[in-house]
Write a protein of this length. Structure first.
Length: 156
C-alpha cells in the first residue's frame, strides 16, 4: 500500500474518532498524520514519516491542548460535587468544628457540614455558602448580609 494513502486513512480515522467522541483526544494525532501524509507525498523515507508523525503529534498535544481545553470546556456544565461550590445552604444543626458537629440542608438533603474556620460557629437558620466538599462534608462559610439583603432566598 502506498504510504500516502496509509497516512491519509489514519488521518481520516483520527478525525472520525474525534468527531464521535468530542473529547479532544485524537485530534492531535490527526495533525501528525496530516504532516506524515505530506511527507509521504514528497517521497520522504518511512522512518522520517513516522518521526514527523510522532513529533508533530506530541508538539500539538503539548502546546495546544491546554488552550483548547480552556476554550472548549468553558461552557461545560458543572456536574456532581463541583456544582455544589458557590451554592447556598441553611444550617439546621449548629456548626462547631472544634466539637465536630454541624448539619445543613442542601439540595433537599441533610449534609454534615464544617465551617471554613475553626474559630467560627454557625447557629441554626444561618445561610451559608458551600466553599468546598471534603468527603461527605460540605465546607461552608456564612453568607454575608449584603449578599442576601433585598433578595428572595431560595431554600434548596
Amino acid at each position: 500500500m502506498n504510504m500516502t494513502f496509509f497516512w491519509l486513512i489514519l488521518f481520516v480515522v483520527f478525525v472520525l474518532v474525534e468527531l464521535a467522541t468530542m473529547g479532544l483526544s485524537t485530534i492531535w494525532f490527526a495533525g501528525g498524520a496530516l504532516v506524515a501524509t505530506v511527507a509521504a507525498a514528497f517521497g520522504l523515507p518511512i522512518w522520517l514519516q513516522v518521526i514527523l508523525f510522532l513529533v508533530v503529534s506530541v508538539l500539538l498535544l503539548y502546546f495546544t491542548r491546554p488552550i483548547a481545553v480552556k476554550y472548549f470546556n468553558k461552557d461545560r456544565a458543572k456536574t456532581n460535587i463541583e456544582g455544589y461550590v458557590g451554592r447556598d445552604v441553611i444550617v439546621i444543626s449548629e456548626i462547631d468544628n472544634l466539637q465536630g458537629i454541624g448539619q445543613v440542608t442542601f439540595n433537599g438533603q441533610e449534609w454534615s457540614a464544617r465551617s471554613t474556620s475553626n474559630d467560627v460557629t454557625m447557629s441554626v437558620g444561618t445561610v451559608g455558602v458551600v466553599k468546598a466538599v471534603d468527603g461527605v462534608k460540605l465546607i461552608i462559610e456564612e453568607k454575608k448580609q449584603a449578599d442576601t439583603a433585598g433578595k428572595n432566598l431560595k431554600v434548596i
